[in-house]
Design a protein around this ligand. Structure first.
Ligand SMILES: [Zn+2]
Length: 699
């Protein structure tokens, strides 16, 4: 009994021990890079917080979002070394791939161990099996695996785990590693990465995510505005530093970086000369006081509504230290012994909870080459053509990539939906188009109704039709021959059908050939286009026409020879669609007229696909290139493709000239009158002017 009690007492009283930072200052050597030599936490003071969290008993997960050149990997090694030396536990180290894991193990970690006597002494004689990704220490084993390796990630329990470069890892890796940790009550998981897109990977760990379904559920239950998280957020700490002039603690942000010469400034000048403007007193803060500020910096939790990737967040906290009132402060005053560098702050700010998140912002680095983090970021920005590129945001600043206003919002579209029902054709509809995306075992089809001059577009219905390969899309015949009764009683059929021929080319050609141009009502659309999408980066038109060249099938007969093919500029139409869905008006009268509508009860799953992509601008070979990528959490974009083909075909068939019959007659009469009076040819509403307008819009 006494023995048991003694044992319990021992367990209850916390062992007094040094933290990771103190351990590293004493034992750690840096063996690669420019800063070889003895480790000093004071050289990168922002790394102290994450290292403290590693030994804090309350903390179960540490999330570190980091720019490059912050010293993140070294601080991670410090945590591992501390574990080996002071707190042995079996540990799992996860990299994106097995190759990454092997490379980092052999080329970085082991050499570091070899040159750190304090750690080397723990290496077991049984040595290590680098092929199996294991290092045996006397009191623990470290296993190195790739997030893509199935079984080795699932075989053993661990007390400690770290995941590096999460954003390149397999999607499920965090959940899988947590499974490995769950048998240990005091387990610890460290997750780190350079961020990529907002809402994915490390950003999802740091900020949490709201799954769309949960957001809708919250709304249905009247909990609107409540943040519902697919993944709960960390406590979102950001590093705030005091201004040497006024003492106001602020977040460093690129909007506060200043330099002489603006956009045309020489990179070299910017690199050395840029400074930071204090958001409080507007004072000029030189890079020379960077380290002074960093050593007085704090990891403060930043409220959700102030965070995001906005660069104008100011910490409202104002902390003071002796001497500040007299206006004497800063490193110079300290050197003269005028003021002490100590200040006090609310201890609660610094207490860690279960999940701590640190954002290592590039502007806080004390390790960039040249020693001026503001100059480094500004020079990179100028080199990128004075636009924020994705690489600059992610790597240089350590911010996730967000595109404001360049992604349509499902909730907004749902709020706008209504006024007619699914499958109903409002009386104002003058033409119907069907856009189809053909996949392996399904055909996605979207039916659109167009009003006068294509100004209003009603989504009528959307279909996902199962298909069998090799039957030349007979499954689509029903929709091709379908008729709709317009609200005023008129029976309508599809005027145009546009079918994607990108993947199952021959089948689509055969389908298109079954519907000759100008079919009668009930026989099929007036026109079926085989469509091919192209990125269209080298041609500015929304579409162009081509003819299918002879293709011999297995039976050596020709398929689709001479069949008209509509080549669609997908970039152009995606931009167009996004602008319409986001309700953006681009300033021309034609655009202002555009109004896209959705029926009551439009399926959420359909809208998720329609809004699945966003525009990303990136730098490639010195120029900025825009590309379309799936948004976080979206897997399918078929209905967006349907809309691209439907809109392009509608444009090709002259939806902009679409007018009611009575008005058309009037216009024809006016034209004839103009010609008769010798006024020359009336302004044509033909192809050329339509394309010219489209080109104008793009400028
Ligand atoms: Zn200031």
């Amino acid at each position: 009994m006494e023995v048991l009690r003694a044992g319990l007492d021992g367990a209850m009283s916390p062992r007094v021990r040094r933290g990771v930072a103190e351990w590293a200052d004493e034992h750690r050597q840096i063996v690669v890079g420019e800063r070889k030599g003895r480790w000093s936490t004071d050289a990168a003071p922002y790394l102290r917080g994450p290292m403290q969290a590693w030994t804090d008993p309350r903390v179960r997960q540490i999330t570190i979002v980091s720019a490059t050149q912050m010293g993140k990997t070294e601080s991670l090694y410090n945590c591992i070394f501390f574990t080996i030396d002071e707190d042995p536990q079996d540990m799992l180290f996860v990299y994106p791939t097995d190759e990454d894991a092997r490379f980092n193990n052999r080329r970085r970690f082991l050499p570091t161990v070899e040159q750190t006597p304090r750690i080397k002494r723990w290496l077991s004689d049984a040595a290590r099996d680098t092929a199996a990704g294991e290092i045996h220490f006397r009191r623990m084993t470290m296993r190195w695996v790739g997030s893509n390796s199935g079984s080795s990630l699932e075989s053993f329990p661990y007390g400690r785990a770290a995941i590096d470069e999460l954003d390149r890892c397999d999607e499920e890796v965090v959940a899988r590693v947590r499974q490995r940790l769950k048998t240990f009550a005091d387990s610890k998981l460290l997750v780190t990465s350079t961020p990529t897109m907002v809402g994915t990977g490390i950003d999802a760990q740091y900020n949490g995510t709201t799954s769309v379904d949960e957001a809708f559920a919250a709304e249905d239950e009247g909990r609107e505005g409540a943040r519902v998280h697919g993944t709960p957020p960390s406590d979102r700490r950001r590093f705030v530093v005091p201004c040497p002039h006024c003492g106001i603690f602020h977040l460093r942000a690129f909007s506060l970086v200043r330099w002489e010469g603006g956009r045309g400034a020489a990179a070299k000048v910017v690199r050395h000369g840029a400074w930071m403007e204090c958001p409080g007193c507007k004072g000029r803060i030189e890079a020379g006081v960077n380290l002074w500020q960093l050593r007085r910096g704090l990891w403060a939790p930043v409220p959700a509504d102030a965070a995001g990737s906005s660069n104008t967040v100011h910490m409202p906290t104002r902390l003071t230290w002796p001497g500040q009132e007299s206006g004497v402060m800063g490193p110079d005053a300290e050197q003269d012994g005028v003021v002490g560098g100590e200040f006090t702050c609310d201890e609660r700010l610094l207490r860690f909870g279960e999940h701590v998140g640190f954002a290592l912002h590039g502007l806080c680095s004390s390790l960039v080459a040249g020693g001026n983090p503001y100059g480094y970021a500004a020079a990179e920005w100028i080199a990128g053509g004075c636009v924020p590129t994705r690489a600059w945001c992610n790597d240089t600043l350590g911010e996730p990539w967000v595109i404001k206003g360049e992604a349509a919002d499902v909730k907004g579209l749902l709020a706008r939906a209504g006024g007619y029902g699914m499958g109903e054709v409002p009386a104002e509809v003058l033409a119907i188009t069907v856009g189809c995306d053909v996949q392996q075992d399904r055909i996605f089809a979207e039916v659109l109704g167009w009003g006068e001059r294509g100004g209003v577009c009603w989504m009528i219905e959307a279909h996902e039709i199962p298909r069998t390969r090799g039957r030349n899309l007979v499954e689509l015949d029903e929709l091709a021959r379908k008729t709709w009764k317009r609200a005023d009683g008129k029976v309508m059929q599809a005027n145009v059908m546009a079918v994607d021929s990108g993947k199952f080319t021959d089948e689509v050609y055969r389908f298109a050939m079954r519907y000759p141009v100008g079919a009668r009502a009930g026989e099929g659309p007036r026109r079926v286009w085989a469509v091919k999408g192209e990125l269209g980066q080298t041609w500015p038109m929304p579409w162009r026409e081509s003819k299918v060249e002879a293709r011999a099938d297995r039976a050596a007969s020709m398929i689709g020879e001479g069949l008209p093919l509509l080549i669609v500029n997908t970039s152009y139409w995606k931009e167009h669609i996004l602008a319409r869905l986001a309700g953006r008006v681009e300033g021309t009268a034609m655009d202002a007229m555009d109004d896209w509508r959705f029926p009551a009860g439009v399926p959420k799953a359909y809208l998720m696909q329609l809004t699945a992509e966003q525009l990303v601008r990136d730098r490639k070979g010195g120029r900025v290139v825009a590309s379309w990528v799936l948004r976080p959490g979206r897997t399918a974009n078929h209905f967006l493709d349907c809309r691209v083909y439907g809109c392009a075909a509608a444009d090709r068939e002259g939806v902009r000239q679409l007018v009611r019959v009575a008005e058309a007659a009037k216009a024809t009469a006016a034209k004839r009158a103009a010609e008769a009076s010798g006024g020359g040819a009336a302004r044509g509403g033909g192809r050329e002017s339509l394309m010219a307008r489209a080109r104008d819009r793009r400028r």
